[in-house]
Write a protein that binds this ligand. Sequence first.
Ligand code: 5GP
Length: 209
Amino acid sequence: MPSRTGILLLVSGPSGSGKTTLCRRLADEQEAHYSTSCTTRIARPGEIDGHDYFFLSREAFDAKIAAGDFLEHATVHDNSYGTLKSEVLQYIDRGIDVVMDIDVQGAAQVRACTDSQIRNALVDLFVMPATDEELAARLTGRKTDSPEVIALRLKNAIEEMAHWREYQYRLISASREEDYSRFRSLLIAERLRSARLVHDSSTEPLTHS
Ligand code: 5GP
């Protein structure tokens, strides 16, 4: 039996904030399971089906909605994205932390979830660049998207940034290493939360009488 239930760490932030890199590194260092999402978006060069996303047709995505397979789903930049329950529930139940990259609409849906397992597991963080200029520079730096796509992402990013106060935590991006160090520290601190510790009288600390 695990000594605690897992954390569900939701990470949002505008495209170019570096949130995906943070989430991936946490998973690569085996600190957490990365929840791979489903999307109807076309794969970018180099993206791998089943690793970056499960790339689905519109029909296949809609079939998953109908089957109740999603914990949440939303339309972002004209495409659908969704988190599979199977990428989350079995892990947190086994005491394995789960990290996910999710937009503000999806995060709001998870936050509104009444399931006690989800509510107890939930930690949410908004990652953002220090300034709008920094954001624009980061978005333009990604060469895989067309100018129209970049312009749409910048508009959406500015709208998305207005939501940071809905999150428990906010990280203003600095250097990669500093961001990661603060990000990992957040997860490590959250592991100490007493509400997620499984009660076991044999491991109760001694009390002073
Ligand atoms: P991208 O297409 O650049 O990989 O992601 C676009 C946006 O979709 C990002 O803001 C990302 O956080 C969000 N996203 C990725 N997966 C999910 C998901 O499963 N659900 C929701 N609601 N948003 C997601």
